[in-house]
Design a protein around this ligand. Structure first.
Ligand code: DC
Length: 233
C-alpha cells in the first residue's frame, strides 16, 4: 500500500502583537484544518510549573513535571479553550505575567524537547495551522507553507494593549512596550529554537493591514501552494 501523504502544515511564526492568533484561528476555520496555539502550550506549562513552585533553573524537576503534564485543546479552532491537567486554564494563562513566565520556561532546552511530541501530535488530517515562534524552524521543518508575520514594535504594543483592555486587564501602554521588548529580546536570543524567520518563509508585515487582509494574503499563498503540491504529486 502506498504511504499516506502527511497532512499539510501551515507554520505561522512571528513575535507577539502581529495578529498571529486571530489570523491563525480564522485560517484554520476557512481551511477546515486543526489549529495549534503553541504559545498556549508554553503558557500552560509555565502557569502550572510556577504554581508547583518549580523554577526555570530546576531542569531535573521540570523534566519530571513535564512527564505528568496533560494539555488539551477544544477541538473547534474558533474556541480558545485550553486545559492543563484537567483544569480549564483558558483565561488565567492570558495575563502578561503568564506570557512573561512562558517566555522564561520556554528558554529551557529540556522544556522545549519535552513539549515537542505534544505539538507534533496535532498534525492530523485534513491539515494543521500551527502558530508560534519555531513552528517552521523546529517543530514542523517540513511544513508545506511557512509564513512569518511581523509588524513594527509600536503597532504590536498598541494592538496588545487594546486586546488586553478588551479582556478587562489593567495595563499601561508604556510598561507593556517595555515588557514586550524584553520578552522579544529573550525569545529571539535564547540558544534553543529562538524566534527567527526560516529561510523558506514568506514574511508579511501586518503593520498597515487589517486582519481580513492578512487572512486573504495567506489564503492566496496557501491555495497556490496546495495546487503546486497536487500538480507535482
Ligand atoms: O504567543 P504567546 O504570547 O502566547 O507566547 C508566550 C511565550 O511562549 C512567548 O513569549 C515565547 C514562548 N513560545 C515559544 O517559545 N515558542 C513557541 N512556539 C510559542 C511560544
Amino acid at each position: 500500500m502506498p504511504d499516506q501523504p502527511e497532512p499539510p502544515v501551515l507554520a505561522l511564526d512571528g513575535p507577539s502583537g502581529t495578529g498571529k492568533g486571530t489570523v491563525g484561528r480564522l485560517l484554520a476555520g476557512r481551511l477546515g484544518w486543526h489549529y495549534l496555539d503553541s504559545g498556549a502550550v508554553y503558557r500552560v506549562f509555565a502557569y502550572l510549573a510556577d504554581k508547583d513552585g518549580i523554577l526555570p533553573e530546576e531542569e531535573g524537576k521540570l523534566t519530571d513535571f513535564s512527564r505528568n503534564l496533560e494539555i488539551r485543546f477544544d477541538p473547534d479552532p474558533a474556541v480558545p479553550g485550553v486545559y492543563g491537567n484537567g483544569a480549564d486554564l483558558t483565561q488565567v494563562i492570558r495575563t502578561e505575567r503568564c506570557g512573561e513566565l512562558a517566555s522564561r520556561y520556554a528558554a529551557v532546552p529540556s522544556v522545549r524537547t519535552a513539549l515537542l511530541a505534544l505539538q507534533r501530535g496535532q498534525q492530523r488530517p485534513p491539515g494543521l495551522v500551527a502558530d508560534g515562534r519555531d513552528m517552521g524552524s523546529t517543530v514542523f521543518p517540513a511544513a508545506r507553507i511557512k509564513i512569518y508575520l511581523d509588524a513594527s514594535a509600536s503597532v504590536r504594543a498598541e494592538r496588545r494593549y487594546k486586546q488586553l483592555k478588551e479582556k478587562g486587564f489593567d495595563v499601561s501602554l508604556a510598561r507593556l512596550r517595555q515588557d514586550m521588548a524584553e520578552r522579544d529580546r529573550r525569545d529571539a536570543s535564547r540558544a534553543a529554537s529562538p524566534l527567527a524567520m526560516p529561510a523558506d518563509a514568506v514574511r508579511i508585515d501586518t503593520s498597515d493591514l487589517t486582519i481580513a487582509e492578512v487572512v486573504e494574503r495567506v489564503m492566496h499563498l496557501v491555495s497556490r501552494q496546495l495546487e503546486d503540491g497536487a500538480a507535482t504529486r
